[in-house]
Ligand binder design. Structure first.
Ligand SMILES: Nc1ncnc2c1ncn2[C@@H]1O[C@H](COP(=O)(O)OP(=O)(O)OP(=O)(O)O)[C@@H](O)[C@H]1O
Ligand SMILES: [Mg+2]
Length: 361
């Protein structure tokens, strides 16, 4: 889908990009990452010919970009620039509609597209008539993303689209982008220098240093087998934990039998087997606490007489929680196993052991 072959960019004696080769498949989310000045933006801008390479070749859909007219090429590629770059004198909807207008779409189609994109990036339709100076940084970045998506291009180039945002807004926009990508399956080249962002979003990561790509692989392989000392230091000492941000509770949750508060203890005692805890629910299957094996249980009593009551908010893991957050919840509660719930119902459990095993995989 996008291929760079031995691409170089020189400014006089200085080499900004030095023999970069990358193959980015259709539907891939490729993240370029590396320290400031390593050539990420330059690489990105050569794909849509905002910068012309000094050497090498670049293809989109098998076509040499040199053989495509820059303005036509650019209409077929969504682009989010490093500093948002909304047109200050244009309303939000006009900013989003720039390329569709160039492509001479009908007005009704443009309006529909603008409305759909505003809701996709979770901005209400009342944002359509605002001007860039009336937006917060995070809102402006969302408009930037919407604008890049506007022409339905298959390729999306994003240069630090969430830079300079607080971690909470940033995470919300990352989640939104993942949701959009799942739906639209664009071929994305995304620049960041935040390794956590890279690990969360990428299907492939290219680690860059001094204008070169030092490793190009899946996030899992990069985290598990960093190519050299530089990559190892760049991804950080918590790389095992980072891997856990790509896995979810639903991937390793195991099914368990739960017991109800009104069950007789003699009827449920056999469920313990090698377990230390049984999860207790109300009549509707909602978590209300646990029954511990170590307690001196009286078989003729009911579960509710011996159970430990607890809130599901504190103890239950939801299926879309990352294993990193699950691990954090285990540690916070000082336990080795926690229940998993979906739509408020207990459906399984996760143990510390199972997280450790998945982290090695
Ligand atoms: N027009 C230019 N003339 C001369 N040198 C340039 C020019 N544009 C970029 N460079 C140099 O090329 C190198 C790569 O720049 P680039 O913008 O690609 O870095 P980057 O990886 O995107 O950095 P950052 O993370 O800070 O955005 C830098 O050393 C920069 O100084
Ligand atoms: Mg840059």
């Amino acid at each position: 889908m996008i291929e760079l072959k031995n691409v170089t960019k020189k400014y006089g004696e200085d080499t900004a990009v030095d023999g970069v080769s990358l193959k980015i498949d259709k539907g891939d989310f490729c993240v370029l990452i590396g320290p400031s000045g390593c050539g990420k933006s330059t690489t990105l801008k050569m794909i849509n010919r905002l910068i012309e390479p000094s050497g090498g070749e670049i293809f989109t859909d098998g076509l040499d970009v040199k053989k495509q007219k820059p303005e036509i090429l650019r209409r077929g590629i969504g682009y989010v620039i490093q500093s948002v770059g909304l047109f200050p004198h244009m309303s939000v909807s006009d900013n989003i509609a720039v390329v569709p207008r160039l492509l001479k779409w009908e007005n009704s189609r443009i309006d529909k597209q603008v409305n759909e994109l505003l809701s996709l990036v979770e901005l209400g339709s009342d944002y359509a008539d605002k001007y860039p100076h009336q937006l917060s940084g995070g809102e402006a970045q969302r408009v930037g993303v919407a604008r890049a998506l506007a022409a339905d291009a298959d390729i999306l180039l994003m240069d630090e689209p969430f830079g300079a945002l607080d971690p909470v807004t940033r995470e919300a926009l990352q989640k939104g982008l993942l949701r959009i990508q799942k739906k639209l399956k664009k071929t994305v080249v995304f620049v960041t220098h935040d390794i956590d962002e890279a690990v969360r979003l990428a299907t492939k990561i290219a680690i860059m240093k001094d204008g070169r790509v030092v490793q190009y692989d899946t996030p899992e392989n990069i985290l598990n087998n960093p190519a050299d000392k530089f990559t190892e230091e760049f991804i950080g000492i918590d790389r095992a934990l980072k891997n856990l941000t790509r896995m979810f509770v639903k991937d390793i949750s195991s099914k368990v039998s739960t017991v109800k508060e009104r069950d007789k203890i003699s009827d449920v005692i056999g469920l313990f087997c090698d377990k230390v805890y049984l999860w207790v629910t109300d009549e509707n299957g909602r978590f209300t606490g646990w029954l511990s094996k170590s307690a001196k249980l009286d078989g003729s009593a009911e579960v509710k007489d011996f159970m430990h009551r607890a809130s599901s908010e504190q103890y239950c893991l939801s299926t879309d929680t990352t294993l990193k957050d699950a691990l954090s919840k285990l540690v916070m509660n000082g336990v080795v196993v926690l229940p998993v719930s979906e739509d408020d119902l207990v459906i399984g459990e996760i143990s510390l052991q199972s997280i450790l095993e998945s982290g090695n995989g």
